[in-house]
Ligand binder design. Structure first.
Ligand SMILES: [Zn+2]
Length: 271
């Protein structure tokens, strides 16, 4: 499959609106007072603003070119802008970081996507002999963007989180992608964590980390995809990627996390 088919476009917005409907309760008809209060709210004119900083190494330059040519961050930023009310712009910066990472910065209120991370995904999928390794790397990059967007939403809207925030925002990323009819991107992201877990050292640092272990993220993401549509993704269980004991709970897990995120984000959604 060509990446162009996986690109999030305007057509997926309706699906995202469906996500928000899951946890929404019927709103009472607005009174005059409510209408006046609404008018006093700051205008949600902020957007996610993408910048690609020039890479200096050959490897990172290749990733920069790949991301720019495919408008990877432009597409997800447009999607996020259409989804969320922002009272000011939020920078989305692609750059050479010197580390293989991506992060939300609560001080500068910006998302950084490092070329090294997409490059690493590309290496992982290439070495594992995936078809279209580059497309898979970009799909996994999309998934990471929505993970960072989750951290951003928690800061920007002062949302409560119970449990591990890293798991909660993995859930939001999976919800957005399945809601936008891009569940394969979640499977790709699961595979990236699965491949990374092959070389993950299970030492004290790994167990103490704020992130779940790579293997746990792999099974969680597969569970979310399966839970989003047990019929279409039955093969994840029958082909023994997802153990039956976990699979039994996935539809309920998906519904619960969808309800939770929908309720939390409801006041901040444009649709
Ligand atoms: Zn995170």
């Amino acid at each position: 499959m060509k990446f162009s088919k996986l690109v999030l476009g305007a057509g997926s917005l309706l699906a995202a609106a469906a996500l928000t409907a899951c946890g929404a309760t019927a709103e009472p008809a607005p009174t005059k007072k409510a209408a006046a209060e609404k008018a006093a709210e700051p205008a949600a004119t902020g957007t996610f603003v993408v910048t690609y900083e020039d890479a200096t190494t050959e490897d990172n330059q290749a990733v920069q070119q790949l991301m720019q040519e495919n408008k990877v961050l432009e597409n997800v930023a447009e999607y996020a802008t259409d989804l969320l009310k922002l009272d000011k712009d939020v920078p989305v910066i692609a750059k050479e970081c010197g580390v293989m990472n991506a992060f939300w910065d609560p001080q500068t209120l910006s998302i950084t996507m490092c070329y090294e991370l997409t490059g690493h995904f590309n290496t992982l999928f290439t070495e594992a002999e995936y078809e279209n390794a580059t497309d898979q790397a970009l799909a996994a990059t999309n998934s990471v963007f929505f993970h960072e967007l989750g951290h951003g939403a928690i800061t920007l809207y002062d949302l409560p989180v119970t449990g591990k925030e890293e798991d909660a925002v993995d859930q939001l990323s999976a919800l957005i992608l399945t809601g936008a009819e891009q569940p394969d991107m979640v499977v790709t992201s699961a595979d990236a964590w699965g491949l990374m877990s092959n070389t993950e050292e299970l030492d004290e640092a790994a167990f103490a980390d704020e992130h779940s272990l790579g293997a746990q993220r792999y099974y969680n993401l597969l569970c979310y995809v399966y839970g989003s549509d047990t019929k279409s993704y039955e093969s994840l269980v029958t082909d023994e990627y997802l153990p039956q004991a976990r699979a039994e709970r996935c539809e309920d897990e998906y519904t619960k996390m969808s309800n939770a995120w929908s309720k939390l984000l409801q006041p901040h959604l444009k649709a």
